[in-house]
Write a protein that binds this ligand. Structure first.
Ligand code: HEM
Ligand code: HEM
Ligand SMILES: [Fe+2]
Length: 465
């Protein structure tokens, strides 16, 4: 290991990968509960909460792991304080496990979610950020310690690269945007208004800034493209993301009682949001085509797949329902869920997986590693995810038509007309789970197996060249 600090990055990745597995297992449970509500010891509300919270938390841990890898690499020195980073890691693990146990207890004994000091003890009940107030404080403290440590490392090394500056800026934005979710109002309108600051400004603001920085870093590591050229595109991407994403928040303000000017603000700016995502794809393809590749073919493949699926899931599946005239009909249906899945998968799940395959071999001290399971896992996950998205987009279209246009009851549509979609979602959920299992196994084996497969492939491509 080049830097002792990389141990922290590996810790965060390991925790993230295990939570990923939990997320997908409870996702399958939630999918089965669409057909059989009594299928599990706790009900759908708890499996859904666990599914989306585990998702958000493992992605956050993955982003932290990625940062703890990138910052020592870019600064060319150890972290400012390794013990502080270690403390931050363990504090995060304890807080997250505490929250998870709380959700499960609440699932088993719903009355246990009591009011204490004016807030709820186990679950605040606001989608994606259900974590109770005590956990919010721990999470905020953990994020501040993380920021201080990385900022001090850059300060100490005096190596201000654009990539790490942008990464840190994105992380600061992310931390600040957690705060509006820490208070609530008895007015539903005000409450939802601020809640969206966290949910939207995270995934369509701060996280995309971080993704832009990590994409530039990955392309730099994998190709011999010059840093200046990559950083120039990164600044353009980030500026466009912020310009379109910040006002794009209007696409959530259509029907919650906010003033009607949000209809056109949200409609116009959020329709522009796919543009920076398309620029990212173009950037990735241009760099990988023009500059010769190093040995980590899988890493480069995944980084490019991330850029493409970020565009498809966030951009394309976002823009189809973002205009007020469409959203009026599709709001809160399975169309939204379909977009939520493909966007998170493309933009962030693939981003972390790509970072894992790019950083873990070097952290484990190997140049080459066996890539075959990694490719197989990618295809199992990607084909299954695309099929899940197709099934629920279909369910959403049926739902929109029957419920919103024909006025048939919500439960009747769900039970009588959409069952086949739910069955297919379960089937592809299980195949998705198989893909994740392969990834988890591979994560623990990267760099520890013989690399005969790649060596043979490299020999063939060299002889062709
Ligand atoms: C990586 C980026 C993105 C992620 C992870 C993401 C994820 C999500 C998720 C999970 C929801 C559902 C929220 C809820 O529970 O109500 C949602 C809603 C929505 N997203 Fe995105 N999204 C992204 C980018 C975009 C973009 C670029 C657009 C537009 C071009 C967009 C348009 C929408 C709209 C219009 C809704 C509201 C749907 C409704 O009214 O029910 N999203 N997004
Ligand atoms: C990495 C892969 C996955 C990601 C990124 C993901 C993401 C999400 C998100 C963001 C939501 C909330 C959607 C919304 O409110 O609009 C959600 C809900 C859900 N997910 Fe997943 N998920 C994944 C895998 C799975 C799998 C494999 C299954 C099993 C089939 C599954 C089943 C569900 C179910 C049943 C819901 C609740 C939908 C509803 O309330 O209507 N997910 N997931
Ligand atoms: Fe949004």
């Amino acid at each position: 290991m080049k830097y002792k600090s990389h141990k922290i990055a590996l810790n965060f990745f390991t925790f993230a990968v295990l939570l990923f597995l939990v997320q997908v297992i409870v996702g399958v449970v939630a999918a089965i509960q669409f057909l059989k509500p009594d299928f599990f010891v706790f009900a759908f509300n708890i499996s859904r909460t666990l599914h989306i919270n585990a998702l958000v938390v493992w992605l956050l841990c993955g982003l932290m792991g990625a940062t703890y890898y990138v910052v020592p690499e870019e600064s060319e020195c150890e972290l400012w304080s390794i013990p502080l980073a270690q403390f931050q890691f363990w504090a995060t693990v304890v807080a997250v496990l505490g929250v998870v146990v709380g959700y499960i207890v609440m699932g088993l004994f719903p009355q246990s979610n009591i009011m204490i000091f004016g807030t709820l003890l186990l679950n605040e009940g606001r989608e994606y950020i259900e974590a109770p107030r005590w956990a919010d404080f721990l999470i905020a403290i953990s994020a501040v310690l993380f920021l201080i440590n990385n900022a001090m490392t850059m300060f100490k090394s005096k190596k201000w690269t654009g990539i790490q500056g942008t990464l840190l800026g994105g992380m600061l934005f992310l931390t600040l945007m957690y705060l509006p979710g820490m208070f609530y109002s008895s007015s539903m309108v005000k409450d939802q208004y601020w809640w969206w600051w966290v949910v939207h400004l995270w995934v369509e603001g701060a996280w995309e800034v971080i993704a832009g920085a990590l994409l530039a870093f990955m392309l730099m590591k994998l190709t011999n493209a010059p840093r200046q050229a990559l950083e120039k595109w990164m600044y353009i991407e980030v500026a466009l993301v912020l310009f379109t994403g910040i006002l794009g928040i209007g696409h959530h303000y259509y029907w919650i009682g906010t003033p009607s000017y949000w209809l056109w603000v949200g409609g116009i700016f959020s329709s522009l949001e796919p543009i920076p995502l398309l620029v990212m794809v173009w950037d990735a393809l241009r760099i990988t085509k023009d500059t010769r590749v190093n040995t980590n073919k899988l890493g480069l493949f995944l980084a490019t797949a991330h850029a493409i699926f970020n565009f498809l899931g966030a951009g394309l599946w976002g823009v189809i329902h973002t205009l007020p005239s469409v959203n009026k009909w599709t709001h809160g249906t399975q169309i939204t869920t379909a977009h939520g899945h493909l966007a998170f998968y493309g933009a962030y799940v693939l981003l972390i997986i790509a970072m894992v395959y790019i950083s873990v071999p070097s952290m484990r001290g190997v140049k080459d590693y066996n890539m075959s399971r990694g490719y197989r896992s990618f295809w199992w996950q990607t084909v299954s995810m695309v099929m899940i998205v197709f099934t629920i987009t279909g369910a959403g279209m049926v739902q929109t038509y029957m419920e919103r246009l024909l006025g048939i009851d919500y439960v009747a549509v769900k039970n009588d007309f959409n069952s086949w979609f739910w069955i297919w979602r379960i089937i592809f959920g299980v195949t998705y789970l198989i893909g994740v299992l392969m990834f988890v196994v591979d994560y623990f084996k990267i760099g520890k197996e013989p690399v005969t497969v790649n060596a043979a492939a490299a020999a063939i491509s060299e002889s062709k060249a």
